[in-house]
Write a protein that binds this ligand. Structure first.
Ligand SMILES: [Zn+2]
Length: 393
């Protein structure tokens, strides 16, 4: 599928050569935007939870209120813990191991109350300047950040507990995001992509919730410029996934590939991750977790103004290169490499390994132990193998 002119491609190649970045790229897809050339989907106003299409599969009685996440964790398993802490801080939480009867009520990501109807779903979210601030990342359980093109990154946000009412801007998928979604078994919501980007979604058997093929459940926010204005709710992704999940044998996982627990390691107040000459992500420890910044600017939710607060940060070093054929970025997420972990003010180096697209990524300490994470939001920063990542003391 050729969606840009040969001349444009040549100038992109020249631009790519000029860039001496870790990851040359060209922003080709962000410039063309899969939506720009497709007027048919411009006035998408499919309305979310009220949509008739959602009604049969998403009765109002099942959908939990969005503020459910703010409720305190169940107290049965944590005697002696003050019940008045709102919101629960991962730093102060004295978390017990979930008991078998808590299986369906205590979230293995956050340890907050979890509605079993809320299965894991993934959404591809844009991170160009025009896409900021994003909506809904603040409610995700796990967020991956990886480079797309031109030194610009993109997110794959995983929602487990949340019934987040507005997630976006939703953009096109990349093949490595399909590999991540497969590992989690998550239906993946996105807005198109090149044929080679979408192919892994099909070959890996994922439930594909592609707005370009079927716009139900997505809508455009007219206060923002296209194509940076496409949104979806977590429950609409779930509804769409339920319609088509019969054709997929992939089942979303119900717990992360790490254990909840504490570390005894080197302290660090944060981490600085240099993605390229124009893009740096930092995390600084504050009360309740790590505050995330992009190029020195605090990363906030567009809807609430809340700053993103990560409980855990995993930096995954992965071989990355630009394909000569079409300048798409290739990131090897099957294989192994270095990793860096931060939680509760501790900094540790370790490794990751993933043996197939279907298998989970194993994150281990230098002793070979599965890493421990605090309850709360986890950010997985996929970076090139030679990226500069340094602790903030
Ligand atoms: Zn959950």
């Amino acid at each position: 599928m050729r969606l840009y002119a040969p001349g444009a491609r040549r100038s992109l190649v020249a631009a790519a050569i000029l860039l001496t970045t870790l990851l040359p790229g060209c922003g080709r897809r962000d410039e063309r935007g899969p939506l720009d050339s497709t007027p048919a989907e411009a006035p998408q106003q499919v309305q979310a939870e009220q949509s008739p299409a959602d009604a049969p599969t998403q009765p109002a009685t099942v959908a939990p209120a969005p503020d459910q996440r703010a409720e305190p964790a169940p107290t049965e398993g944590s005697p002696g813990k003050p019940a008045s802490t709102r919101p629960v801080s991962p730093l102060n939480l004295d978390w017990p191991a979930p008991t078998p009867e808590d299986k369906w009520t205590q979230c293995p990501f956050t340890q907050k109350r979890h509605d079993p109807n809320n299965t894991l779903v993934a959404v591809v979210v844009e991170n160009s300047a025009k896409a900021r601030p994003q909506s809904g990342l603040v409610e995700a359980d796990v967020v991956y950040e990886a480079l797309a093109e031109g030194g610009i990154s993109r997110f794959l946000a995983l929602f487990h507990c949340s019934s987040c009412k507005k997630i976006g801007p939703v953009r096109s998928i990349r093949p490595y995001f399909a590999v991540i979604a497969r590992e989690w078994g998550a239906p993946v919501a996105h807005c198109g992509g090149d044929a080679k980007d979408i192919e892994p979604v099909r070959s890996l058997g994922l439930v594909d919730v592609d707005e370009l093929r079927d716009g139900r459940g997505f809508w455009r926010d007219t206060t923002r410029e296209m194509p940076h204005n496409l949104y979806v709710t977590a429950n609409n992704v779930r509804s769409r996934a339920r319609e088509t999940s019969a054709s997929s044998k992939v089942i979303p996982v119900s717990s992360p590939p790490w254990v909840l627990g504490r570390w005894q390691d080197e302290p660090a107040a944060g981490v600085e991750i240099v993605y390229g000459p124009r893009y740096t992500v930092t995390y600084n420890r504050v009360t309740g977790g790590y505050r995330r910044s992009m190029n020195g600017e605090v990363h906030k939710d567009r809807e609430t103004g809340r700053a993103i607060l990560a409980a855990n940060i995993i930096v995954q070093f992965a071989d990355s290169r630009v394909a000569y054929s079409d300048l798409g970025l290739i990131i090897d997420l099957v294989g192994k490499g270095k990793a860096v972990f931060l939680t509760e003010g501790k900094y540790q180096e370790g490794a990751w390994e993933k043996t197939s697209p279907e298998s989970p990524t194993r994150f281990t300490t230098s002793d070979g132990e599965t890493i421990r994470c605090a309850p709360g939001q986890t950010w997985i920063q996929v970076v090139p193998s030679n990226a500069s990542v340094s602790p903030i003391k």
